[in-house]
Design a protein around this ligand. Structure first.
Ligand SMILES: [Zn+2]
Length: 221
């Protein structure tokens, strides 16, 4: 064994978490959710949680700034599904929400085919493992292909999402936690919640991994 390999092997024994950081992708000693000390010190929680139309309670894990942004982008667009370990670490259902199930924000069939997975469903499953609430993907469907929302204003987003979701009558009487990867303007979450309530859901909460900074609507739905 060459010296270099020997040192690396010894380091792996001494630092079993000597892995790539979920945020900066550098090989480093990482914490329990896979992030190096430098990135950990830069993560920010959301300073003020906004009220959203048709949503009875909203909570988000991290502010959508670096280095969390980088991890979320690669989780969502580059197939790095394993980064759920990091993102879901910050997602918890507050004890005062009495919920029956978790519903991920659905993707259109086309986008699901392109991406191979629904990032919101991956996060919903990870949250479900922690709180033992079931994930229901049968309660809400995306029935209309929508334009990419990244460069749209709030008004354009609302128009773009009109009629995009269809809820099942099965949601009658249920308290639901909607899960999405990010809250930007909140229009996607509100549109889903409105549709679920139209079909009889009694309460709809929303939980996201990240929350865009006030005024920064450039990015996602
Ligand atoms: Zn890092």
């Amino acid at each position: 064994m060459r010296l270099e390999a020997l040192v690396k092997a010894a380091a792996d024994v001494l630092f079993p978490q000597h892995l790539k950081c979920h945020c900066c992708n550098r090989e480093s000693v990482v914490n329990s959710y896979g992030v190096c000390a430098d990135c950990e010190s830069k993560l920010k929680s959301v300073p003020a949680l906004p009220n959203l139309r048709d949503i009875d309670g909203f909570d988000a894990g991290l502010l959508y700034t670096e280095p969390a942004r980088r991890a979320l982008v690669s989780f969502k667009f580059n197939g790095a599904v394993y980064k759920k370990e990091f993102l879901a670490h910050f997602m918890a259902i507050p004890p005062e929400w009495s919920a029956d199930c978790i519903v991920p924000v659905p993707l259109s069939e086309n986008r699901l085919k392109q991406r191979g997975y629904n990032q919101s469903e991956v996060l919903a499953e990870a949250v479900s493992e922690k709180c033992a609430l079931p994930v229901r993907t049968d309660l809400l469907a995306r029935v209309m292909e929508t334009e990419k929302q990244s460069l749209m204003t709030r008004e354009q987003r609302l128009k773009n999402l009109k009629g995009a979701f269809l809820a099942s009558k099965e949601c009658r009487g249920l308290s639901i936690v909607l899960v999405d990867d990010i809250k930007t303007t909140g229009s996607t979450l509100s549109e889903c919640a409105g549709e679920l309530k139209k079909r009889g859901a009694v309460r709809v909460y929303a939980l996201t991994a990240c929350c865009a900074e006030e005024g920064n609507t450039n990015g996602y739905g």
